[in-house]
Write a protein that binds this ligand. Structure first.
Ligand SMILES: [Fe+2]
Length: 394
């Protein structure tokens, strides 16, 4: 213990959880002194009638607001600049994100740009952005409408960088800073009830991947390890029910809570699954959660010799009775269970079936090495490993 480097842990600030929590939104905006919030969202949220549920409490509290709903999946740096312009032009003083991971990540970047010199380039983690984002930021309220990314309690914002400054293709890059943490996260299970089964499965498997990668990530973070295992237990107990019976508010609530816990746990680090998956949604129509789900068992297979103890614990958290198994057996069964879960949740069998062009693999493997997540993977990865992992998952 004496030889460990000094460590900093960041805990999420306030989380308000429960059916109907959205009704308190107006009061919360007031408590932060907000007079004109910018609501960042996407058209799907507006059309599904979810945005109306967030606007009603604002109207009831007499709070004027501006809506920016131009966020697309895998949000680009360009859309965040647009959002910043709307924020500044309207004299906004607080940001509310109503949506899934793309919306919340974009909202975090918009909030940074509103008080920091644009463009986003210097604030990305891979060029030392951690040091450049200051606490000079407006309050941020996150209202997740999916259960998976956990952006509402994470320090990260993943943005698709179209500037081609670092590679010759648009590439996902992360802004990671404790200042990215939401000032408040409102977790209302009712907002996730309308999610279709495919999205429930994909976002749920993103959360499952967060717990498994975090648990075996190489950084020292016993708090995160405890949270990861409990989150995985809850996810394993509820993901099938939420997938098959989307209107089960209890299962939806459990998934929402567990996905926030899973995202908190990946402060410990993620792994190769995320470095590989981050290359896919910009080059193929593969959503983040689907990419993770397909890649996860293959990366676990690759990591197995370096993660036997961790995966044995994972097997138990997945609900398997491992009492009569050796650690090696339990670790191996954990991988089988992830495969089974993918099958039951209707995930595509491989990246090819999901829409990846095989010829892109060498370039994607090269770019995966620029992503920071794999640095905490229990087994060190080379570019050749990345290429082979893409191939076996194809
Ligand atoms: Fe993820």
């Amino acid at each position: 213990m004496a030889q460990r480097p000094i460590i900093n842990y960041f805990l999420p600030p306030r989380i308000e959880f429960g059916v109907g929590a959205i009704k308190n939104l107006g009061e919360h905006v007031k408590s932060f002194g907000g007079k004109k919030p910018l609501i960042v969202t996407d058209e799907g949220i507006t059309k599904a009638g979810i945005l109306a549920k967030a606007i009603q409490p604002l109207s009831e509290a007499g709070i004027d607001h501006v809506i920016f709903d131009a966020i697309q999946p895998n949000p680009t740096d360009l859309s965040t600049i647009e959002g910043m312009e709307v924020y500044l032009a309207n004299g906004c003083d607080l940001v509310i994100a109503v949506g899934g991971g793309s919306v919340m990540d974009a909202a975090k970047a918009i909030r940074i740009l509103a008080t920091h010199e644009p463009p986003l380039e210097p604030y990305y983690a891979d060029v030392g952005g951690f040091e450049r984002v200051t606490s000079n930021l407006s309050p941020l309220i996150c209202v997740p409408t999916t259960a998976g990314t956990g952006s509402e309690v994470s320090q990260g914002a993943v943005i698709t960088d179209t500037s081609h400054n670092t590679t010759n293709r648009a590439r996902k890059r992360a802004i990671v800073t404790p200042h990215n943490m939401a000032s408040l996260s409102l977790l209302d299970p009712e907002l996730t009830v309308g999610m279709p089964p495919g999205l429930t499965a994909a976002t749920g498997m993103d959360a499952v991947t967060h717990t498994i990668e975090a648990y075996v990530a190489t950084r020292y973070h016993p708090i995160a390890e405890g949270v990861a295992l409990q989150a995985l237990k809850i996810l394993a107990m509820n993901i099938r029910q939420a997938y098959h019976h989307g209107d089960d508010i209890e299962a939806r609530g459990q998934m929402l809570m567990a996905s926030a816990m899973a995202a908190f746990s990946f402060q410990k680090g993620l792994g190769a699954v995320h470095s590989l998956a981050h290359q896919l949604s910009t080059d193929a129509p593969i959503p983040h959660g689907v990419a993770n789900a397909i890649l996860l068992p293959h990366v676990m297979e690759f990591n197995l010799p370096h993660a036997v103890d961790g995966y044995a614990e994972i097997a138990a958290a997945l609900g398997i009775n491992t009492a009569d198994m050796t650690k090696e057996e339990a670790a191996s069964v954990a991988i089988d269970e992830v495969r089974l879960l993918n099958k039951e949740l209707g995930m595509p069998e491989g990246l090819g079936a999901a829409g990846l062009n095989r010829e892109r693999i060498p370039k994607l493997a090269q770019d995966a090495m620029l992503d920071h997540c794999y640095k905490f993977n229990p087994r060190p990865c080379t570019e050749t490993d990345m290429r082979l992992l893409f191939e076996v998952a194809f």
